[in-house]
Design a protein around this ligand. Structure first.
Ligand code: ZN
Ligand code: ZN
Length: 527
């Protein structure tokens, strides 16, 4: 498909980057007034006074450097822009203010001025003005040199080198790829920002881009190069905040290997990568969402996928005398047909637990009953509870069907990844962060995917959330999808993701990242 039009790099010069690039707010407005205003604003009402141009214009307000090649309608508003002038009049929700429907919880630290978008945005603008070109070059370098799971040695070295150059002290994981790096004081809350660093065994089919994969049969077709760059960038920004004494806790950057394999998350956990971490956040590229938008969902956002292997054994014999043997092929056929339907009657249909066979095999000739047979399949599931119960349920059902036909049956159940179940409070933190660094139109609902994501392993142990980051150029033709050879992103998503991750980490640190510290949050249902 045609490549989406990209802004040329560099952009229109330093002056064009920050001018009007952040949301118009009146920094002189006292904090208390901002909060009071926000409380009175209905959550879904468009109070910006802007003509509803849709998300493209909303994005334009935060893109840092639409250059000469920018898409029409994405130019940032100028200081004299009457549209933003209306927003600056105070009729909008102030960035950093407590969103409607929420009240600051008793016992929580007051949200400091530094967290307000009015302060954070200019800091992010300044950081991006200095580092966005470098970050895009970093992403392009990773994209051109993709590495498969557990082979990410060059990628690991590049990340570690950049972190060390910033005075940080990354820790390489025991298998030699992947790393984590702590920023800020150890006492208090710790929040993790997770990126995955591996690529896919796919041929890069993109044409006409200078950063096309140079490795035959390997490509960053799932956006992990972008995830890595965004977490690195957020880490460098937060390290600056820490140096200035503005980081109210610790942020752990997690650069996880082998997400696609999968297994990397388990390695990170085995190496103590989430020890002491109170909450974890991650962004994943979503080519169905436009750049400048963030897709949120409370509850399960990805699905589980496990593999099952059934082996059936019994005394074989002549097909003339099945009563003197165990009729193994008949028994196997019963198992293959009974198990999926029995399972579906044992769990809540909303969990969408489904067992589907991909291979069944037994016997070699027409007139001999074999003495063994196998069936292999996958179990997919949208619900965490059903996923936990699935192996035991399946084992019990298998044994009861096998017993009825007098054959022996064994089950090997191989866990893939659990569903990623987003915690409501963590999703609300994403939402609060987005309110500081994005326009209100920037947050969109996103459906649960049937794909797997090993971030779910972390959320089995600690609360957190994964959000979907829009990477599609508005108005670009054609269908995009992950895991395709022509997958690419609108690189402006890197700045958006960096802003969202930085603001989310700060929000989580200030709002109290420890499970149980956070009040139940109203309005945190399905985004
Ligand atoms: Zn993937
Ligand atoms: Zn992925």
């Amino acid at each position: 498909m045609p490549e989406p039009e990209r802004p040329q790099r560099p952009g229109g010069g330093p002056g064009s980057r920050s001018g009007g690039a952040h949301r118009a707010v009146n920094p002189k407005t006292p904090k208390s007034e901002q909060v009071t205003e926000a409380k009175n604003v209905p959550e879904n009402e468009n109070t910006t006074g802007r003509t509803p141009f849709g998300s493209a214009v909303a994005q334009g307000a935060q893109m840092t450097h639409p250059g000469p090649g920018v898409m029409p309608g994405l130019e940032p508003p100028t200081a004299a822009d009457p549209v933003d002038g209306a927003a600056a009049s105070g009729a909008t929700v102030s960035p950093g203010a407590v969103p409607a429907g929420r009240t600051p919880g008793a016992g929580h630290p007051a949200v400091p001025a530094v967290l307000g978008g009015a302060v954070l945005q200019p800091q992010l603008d300044a950081f991006l003005a200095a580092h966005e070109d470098e970050l895009i070059a970093f992403r392009r370098d990773l994209h051109a040199h993709p590495e498969l799971g557990y082979a990410e040695h060059r990628t690991t070295a590049k990340i570690a080198e950049r972190l060390r150059a910033a005075g940080l002290d990354p820790v390489i994981l025991p298998k030699g790829t992947g790393l984590f790096c702590d920023i800020g004081p150890a006492d208090g809350t710790t929040v993790a920002l997770r990126a995955d660093i591996d690529a896919l065994p796919l041929q890069d089919e993109k044409q006409g881009v200078p950063y096309r994969s140079t490795v035959q049969g390997v490509a960053h077709a799932c956006g992990h190069d972008v995830h890595t760059t965004m977490v690195l960038g957020a880490g460098l920004f937060l390290a600056q905040q820490a140096e200035a004494g503005l980081l109210p806790g610790r942020v752990r950057l997690l650069f996880q290997p082998a997400e696609e394999t999968p297994g990397g998350a388990l390695d990170v956990m085995a190496a103590g990568g989430i020890a002491g971490v109170d909450r974890a956040f991650a962004l994943h590229c979503d080519p169905r969402i436009e750049v400048g938008q963030l897709g949120l969902r409370t509850g399960p956002i990805t699905a589980a996928c496990d593999k099952v292997y059934v082996k059936v054994t019994g005394p074989g014999g002549h097909t003339a005398r099945p009563h003197l043997t165990a009729d193994l092929v008949y028994a196997l056929a019963k198992i293959v047909t009974e198990l999926p339907s029995a399972l579906s009657r044992r769990v809540d249909p909303r969990s969408s637990l489904s067992l589907v066979w991909g291979r069944v095999s037994a016997g070699s000739v027409a007139n001999a009953i074999p003495d063994d047979g196998i069936a292999e399949g996958t179990v997919r599931c949208l619900d965490d509870e059903a996923w936990h119960r699935a192996p035991e349920m399946m084992k019990a059902l298998l044994q009861s069907v096998a017993a009825a036909y007098d054959v022996e049956a064994s089950l090997e159940y191989v866990r893939g990844v659990p569903p990623t179940v987003n915690e409501a409070a963590s999703v609300q933190m994403f939402r609060d962060a987005a309110a500081q660094v994005m326009d209100e139109e920037g947050v969109v609902p996103t459906p649960q995917s049937l794909g797997g994501e090993d971030f779910g392993w972390y959320l089995e142990s600690i609360p957190g959330a994964l959000a979907r980051l829009g990477v599609r150029t508005p108005g670009s033709p054609g269908e995009y999808d992950l895991h395709r050879g022509d997958f690419d992103v609108d690189e402006r998503c890197i700045a958006v993701g960096l802003r969202v991750l930085s603001a989310t980490a700060l929000t989580a640190l200030w709002e109290g990242g420890r499970p149980g510290d956070t009040e139940s949050i109203k309005g945190a249902a399905l985004a």
